[in-house]
Design a protein around this ligand. Structure first.
Ligand SMILES: NC(=O)c1ccc[n+]([C@@H]2O[C@H](COP(=O)([O-])OP(=O)(O)OC[C@H]3O[C@@H](n4cnc5c(N)ncnc54)[C@H](OP(=O)(O)O)[C@@H]3O)[C@@H](O)[C@H]2O)c1
Length: 298
């Protein structure tokens, strides 16, 4: 990733006080690693449940961080359809609890959001000025949080990302590798287009955004786009497995939550911070090189 050197400015050399919610998650683990040289408080749901306003307030007031990174969320997109109350309690009301505590403590807040705030009807990359129109309960709960956070904390930074993969949890490449190592053929949907994003690249970009005092909505994904079928084909090819990947339609694989058919996010907002993300194939290659699943297959 190309970005302004932090060393160019002495302010960039000072450590930041950061509170991270969601540290045990896929992105949270990469963020904790990226920020390990900072003064970091890394929290899972056991340390502070977002729905517990008093607890959230206490951890923020005790530490008085410069930045709060809110990566915690109820991320089971299909589960959200049957647990609407929980989706809104964690993803929207929980985020509001953090924003209110941030305002009281004078902390900056970076909130992780999603391409699923869009309905997917566009056929060119979504800009930050495009209207939200979520098609799922998960997307609705994140869109609700975005709107409320912008009211409570006008200086909030909302980082929308998509199709995360990384080490330390469930993700698409890990699932494909496991399936492909035991089956001669796998079927993958070929009518949903987006941008896969490596948690390590995203964590690095998010740290740069904090250093750059970012605010407003920023779209951050690895560059380039593909369908899930393209992504799976590249995973199987790059890992040298003989498995055949068969393209299928979303209609053939109905799921409880509707997914956007197209959710590519424009990088223009990220480029204003002079951050340029690597291409998703390059990110996938680096993920596979360090994947214990790939090592076990060899
Ligand atoms: N995954 C994607 O493809 C994707 C795409 C776009 C945007 N995002 C957004 O990116 C962020 C990170 O996603 P991820 O995939 O890293 O998530 P994840 O792996 O599912 O991790 C979720 C994290 O949130 C914590 N959490 C869940 N419920 C909580 C609660 N009630 N109170 C406090 N913490 C709670 C979990 O803690 P425990 O481990 O203790 O349960 C865990 O640390 C989320 O905001 C998500 O909406 C993700």
């Amino acid at each position: 990733m190309r970005a302004e050197s932090w060393d160019q400015n002495s302010r960039y050399n000072a450590t930041m006080r950061v509170t991270l919610f969601g540290a045990s998650g896929l992105l949270g683990q990469a963020l904790a690693q990226e920020l390990s040289a900072e003064q970091l408080t890394a929290l899972s749901s056991r340390d502070a449940d977002l729905r517990d306003h008093a607890r959230v307030r206490a951890v923020i007031h005790d530490f008085r961080p410069e930045w709060i990174l809110l990566s915690a969320a109820y991320t089971d997109v299909d589960g959200c359809e049957s647990n609407r109350d929980m989706a809104f309690a964690v993803n929207c009301e929980g985020a509001i609890n953090v924003a209110q505590a941030a305002r009281e403590a004078g902390s900056r807040l970076l909130f992780l959001s999603t391409d699923y705030v869009f309905d997917g009807s566009k056929r060119s990359p979504y800009e930050i000025s495009d209207a939200r129109n979520p098609a799922s309960v998960y997307g609705e709960s994140k869109a609700c949080a975005e709107e409320r956070l912008l009211e409570i904390l006008p200086e909030v930074c909302i980082a929308r990302t998509s199709w995360l993969f990384g080490h330390g949890g469930k993700c698409f490449p890990a699932t494909i590798l496991k399936l492909a190592s035991t089956r001669p053929e796998i079927s993958v949907v070929n009518d949903q287009r987006g941008s896969p994003t490596f948690t390590r690249d995203l964590a690095s970009a998010l740290a740069h955004l904090c250093r750059a005092d970012a605010h407003g909505i920023v779209h951050i994904t690895n560059s380039g786009d593909c369908t899930w079928y393209d992504f799976a084909t590249e995973i199987v090819r790059a890992s040298g497995l003989p498995t055949k990947v068969k393209p299928v339609t979303t209609a053939e694989f109905p799921r409880p939550a509707r997914r956007p058919a197209y959710s590519v996010l424009s990088p223009a907002s990220l480029h204003t911070y002079n951050i340029h993300m690597p291409e998703w194939r390059d990110a996938l290659r680096r993920y596979l090189e360090t994947s214990p699943i790939v090592s076990a297959l060899q």
